[in-house]
Design a protein around this ligand. Structure first.
Ligand code: 0A1
Ligand code: ZN
Length: 879
């Protein structure tokens, strides 16, 4: 394990590398325990760098076997597992360095560098894993052309893959064989990859815009080939879409994807050889839900799109991570929106942003989209860098318009192709094509925190004018006590009594362009003239900026917007707000031990919506879904008692269910069809609506019969898992629930991704004894802390998806969980630190729970031999 040096890396300290690596030739003698790596590097001293400057290469747990420069053994060096320093270098500016290292892929449980997963050799090098393979300037601005020779036992590893194109392969003595791969595109070390093992595959072809024939292969465990066809289809659609929308063509003869079962993250964009967590490749109707299918489509697209945004143009340093990630997330969101319902997708994007990024930005782990410093870069693959990073691209497009956006990107692709770039380089391209300064907008990259936008408005009937004032304020975040006003694009509409948008013909006030108000100051006003009647304001349409919006709307205005806003996102937003407000008002009642009370208008509104055939099923499902308990906690912001939130939410659910019982039952029944399962948006929408209706019916039904029937009759995993969840969460202990759990285990015991769901459903059961259930499940023969998916399925779901069960008032869960973090940290620091991050909002809990959790976090902080990953998160959380 890499021990914590306590070193803080700062953006302002960036200096180019003294030495460049023009060519990297790697030879791997693959062996489960003793893999020998020979790296032959063609090194160039940068102009102006003095001869006396030592060559310093990164390593991590490396064992050096030998070292030669220009064929001669080197004597003047210091080799440590984490650093190789060579002094007395040749006078010529260019020389070759040959490094031989020995590594053990089997004992590598961090899943960084070269490791073995289910007998397959695989690599993960982003961000700093390459240094676990050989000594190297392991930084993204050192670009090199790689040639890779792999040698392995042919029976154990008939498949030998690396980046680029296959140049040669053949048999050798002693049952071994080799493959030689060459990647003509210079790349940073984090994009290096190899895979070797016995794998099945499916193949296809793609002809690019300019007629290049590309062989497409997806490698999976034998027997899983049929489950990779959806991923292949998504890949071909991604390739076509990137040509059509961004004019980006693929640039090698082969594109390989490999699915592995032990992987810390979702997937990795290694040049020409994407490596995936199998969760984002394998799917069939029996084992994958609609959400899984959508996830596969999105992640396949994301990794493919990185070929241009990340690989052809990479990052100068890791502070620029959002340069590739924010832009690529934006691109994959747009792809999914084009493939599915744009409005529904936008709502889903915002739900994720608010659930994951807002708490980060409002808590102790808040950091700018482009951080200024880090102790452990692995901890910066965050919702802020990814999701908020994507929102920044969306705002940029809103601010400069579609045409300038695409023009700026074209310039970025041509100007920086083959380079390691910065956010400044990126922004400059858009400044150059528009001729305007984007300095104010660029503040979004450097200033952390979610701005609060406030609204006040005044309609004057006599002068037929509406005055609107918007204000903004951002709270301090760690290391940034003073905040400046941001450039916030607020899309808006004024809605007349007939439910139609009023055209704005005349106004006063700077910064109104089309349907966008550009809020740049702490407070700004606009006056709209010729407004015949008092309009209802629809603000932040499409969620045009990642801000909190505080708008005092009357009950009537809210109900009006819920029925008439032409912006689908706006409609959903206000419905969600109505529900949140109702739950929050009753949390307060429950706290005071008063009876709960709900406005019947909400249930009436939902009854109307569910019957509205002009709305697609997925949108209706979103409108009918109550906010999650975590959403309510976030809205409350402090003194959180998860039990009160749950009780209040349950009460609202019951009221809506009771008021609409007959209608929901009828609608639910009407959605049963015998059509064969297809994983498209239309079918998924129907199933989503069915699931939300069933969740209401389960609350008003007397027993589990209806839910159990869906469990038994389901021909797809979406319907099945929806029913299983309700059985376990509402009818635990009932025979039907027990039977369903047993049946599921029997049917899917051999399908790890399905069993992950089985563990997760139980981990999320909202009950005081959830901890005991989780502890029991850890003894299950299929449970293992070695597999990140399984660990996340049980322990991640418990910590992040079970607010009441996890936050048990006696604090026992916290002690159990933090102990577990220490255990996991010894093997896999990244996994440990990500699990720990789910406790980031601990300060918002009510005092008793907060104290328990603080004690538990302090226990971690005091532990010895913490990884840099966990130490960094713990200290920031406690600061
Ligand atoms: N670049 C990948 C994310 C990723 C980051 C680190 C990893 O190693 C632990 C793996 C993947 C992406 O954005 O998809
Ligand atoms: Zn990415």
């Amino acid at each position: 394990m890499r021990t914590d040096t306590g070193h803080v890396f700062r953006l302002e300290d960036y200096r180019p590398s003294d030495y460049l690596i023009r060519k990297t030739e790697l030879d791997f003698q693959l062996d489960p325990e003793k893999t020998i790596v020979t790296a032959r590097l063609t090194i160039e001293r940068r102009d102006g760098v003095s001869l006396a400057t030592p060559l310093i290469l990164n390593g991590d747990e490396l064992e050096l076997v030998s070292l030669h420069i220009n064929g001669q053994p080197v004597s003047d060096y210091t080799a440590m597992p984490e650093l190789l320093t060579i002094r007395s270098l040749p006078q010529q500016s260019s020389f070759t360095l040959e490094i031989v290292t020995r590594i053990n892929p089997t004992t590598n449980r961090q899943l960084m560098g070269l490791y073995r997963s289910s007998n397959v050799y695989t690599t993960q090098c982003e961000a700093e894993g390459f240094r676990r393979i050989t000594y190297f300037p392991d930084r993204p601005d050192v670009l090199s052309v790689y040639t890779v020779r792999l040698e392995a036992d042919k029976q154990a590893a008939p498949i030998l893959l690396s980046n680029g194109n296959l140049e040669a392969n053949g048999d050798l003595a002693n049952g071994r064989h080799f493959a030689l791969w060459h990647d003509p595109h210079p790349k940073p070390s984090y994009l290096f990859a190899l895979v070797a093992g016995d794998l099945g595959s499916i193949s296809d072809q793609f002809t690019t815009l300019n007629g290049r024939q590309v062989a497409l292969n997806i490698y999976v465990e034998h027997g899983n080939e049929d489950r990779a066809t959806y991923a292949m289809d998504a890949l071909k659609r991604s390739m076509r879409w990137d040509e059509e929308v961004y004019g980006r063509e693929y640039d090698l003869d082969i594109f390989n994807i490999v699915a592995v079962s032990d992987f810390n993250m979702g997937a990795m964009e290694n040049k020409g050889l994407n490596i995936f967590n199998d969760k984002y490749v394998l799917a069939d109707p029996q084992t994958a839900t609609d959400t899984d299918y959508a996830g596969i489509e999105a992640v396949i697209a994301h990794e493919y799109f990185h070929n241009w945004t990340g690989n052809r143009i990479t990052c100068r340093d890791w502070f620029q991570l959002c340069l590739k990630e924010g832009l690529t997330v934006y691109r994959d969101h747009e792809f999914s929106s084009d493939m599915r319902s744009r409005a529904v997708h936008r709502i889903d994007e915002v739900k994720i942003l608010k659930a994951q990024q807002f708490p980060e930005d409002g808590g102790p782990l808040a950091h700018p989209v482009r951080p200024k410093e880090y102790r452990e870069i692995n901890n910066f693959y965050t919702a802020t860098v990814y999701e908020k990073g994507s929102e920044l691209i969306r705002m940029l497009r809103t601010i400069i318009g579609d045409a300038s956006f695409y023009k700026g990107l074209d310039l970025y692709f041509s100007r920086h192709d083959g380079e390691a770039a910065t956010i400044e380089d990126f922004i400059k391209c858009f400044e150059d094509v528009t001729g305007r300064s984007l300095a104010h907008f660029a503040l979004w990259y450097d200033q952390a925190g979610t701005p609060l936008v406030t609204v006040s408005s005044d309609y004057d009937a006599a002068s037929r004018s509406l005055r609107l004032t918007l204000g903004q304020k951002t709270d301090p975040t760690p290391g940034q006590s003073h905040k400046q006003p941001m450039h916030i694009p607020v899309k808006f509409g004024l809605i007349g009594a007939d439910g139609k948008d009023i055209a704005v013909s005349s106004h006063e006030g700077a910064g109104l362009e089309g349907d966008v108000l550009h809020l740049r100051e702490a407070s700004q006003s606009w006056t709209f003239h010729n407004i015949a009647e008092k309009p209802v304001l629809s603000l932040l349409r499409g969620f045009s900026a990642p801000v909190h919006l505080s708008q005092q709307l009357s009950r009537e205005e809210q109900l009006f917007l819920a029925r008439h806003d032409s912006d689908a996102f706006g409609r959903w937003q206000v419905i969600h707000q109505l529900m949140s407000n109702a739950i929050i008002a009753n949390v307060e009642k429950l706290r005071l031990q008063e009876p709960v009370a709900f406005d019947p208008a909400l249930a009436e509104l939902l009854a109307e919506l569910v019957q509205d055939e002009t709305l697609d099923h997925a949108f209706r499902a979103l409108c009918l879904s109550l906010p999650e308990e975590a959403d309510i906690a976030r809205e409350l912001g402090s003194n959180i008692d998860p039990d009160l939130i749950r009780s209040s939410r349950e009460a609202l659910l019951s009221v809506i269910a009771a008021q609409n019982a007959a209608l929901f039952a009828k609608t639910y029944a009407s959605l049963q069809d015998n059509a064969a399962f297809t994983p498209d948006a239309e079918g998924a929408g129907k199933r989503a609506l069915k699931a939300v209706l069933l969740s209401y019916l389960a609350a008003s039904d007397n027993g589990p019969a209806r839910v159990y029937a869906q469990f038994n009759d389901a021909d797809n995993m979406t319907d099945k898992i929806a029913a299983l969840t309700l059985l376990v969460h509402r009818f635990y202990g009932h025979d039907n629930a027990t039977q369903a759990l047993a049946q599921f285990e029997k049917d899917y015991g051999n399908v790890p991704l399905a069993m992950d769901k089985w563990f997760g459903v139980q981990a999320r059961r909202p009950a005081p004894d959830a901890l005991e259930t989780v502890q029991q499940l850890m003894q299950h023969p299929l449970f293992s802390l070695d597999n990140p998916n399984r660990t996340r399925a049980l322990l991640g779901a418990f910590a992040a998806g079970n607010p009441t069960g996890f936050n048990r008032p006696d604090g026992k869960t916290y002690a159990f969980f933090t102990n577990l973090i220490l255990t996991i940290d010894r093997e896999n620091p990244q996994l440990a630190s990500r699990l720990l991050t789910s406790l980031r909002s601990w300060k918002t809990l009510e005092p008793a729970r907060r104290e328990h959790l603080k004690t538990a976090l302090e226990t971690i902080a005091q532990a010895e031999n913490l990884s840099a990953d966990v130490r960094d998160i713990t200290e920031r959380m406690l600061a």
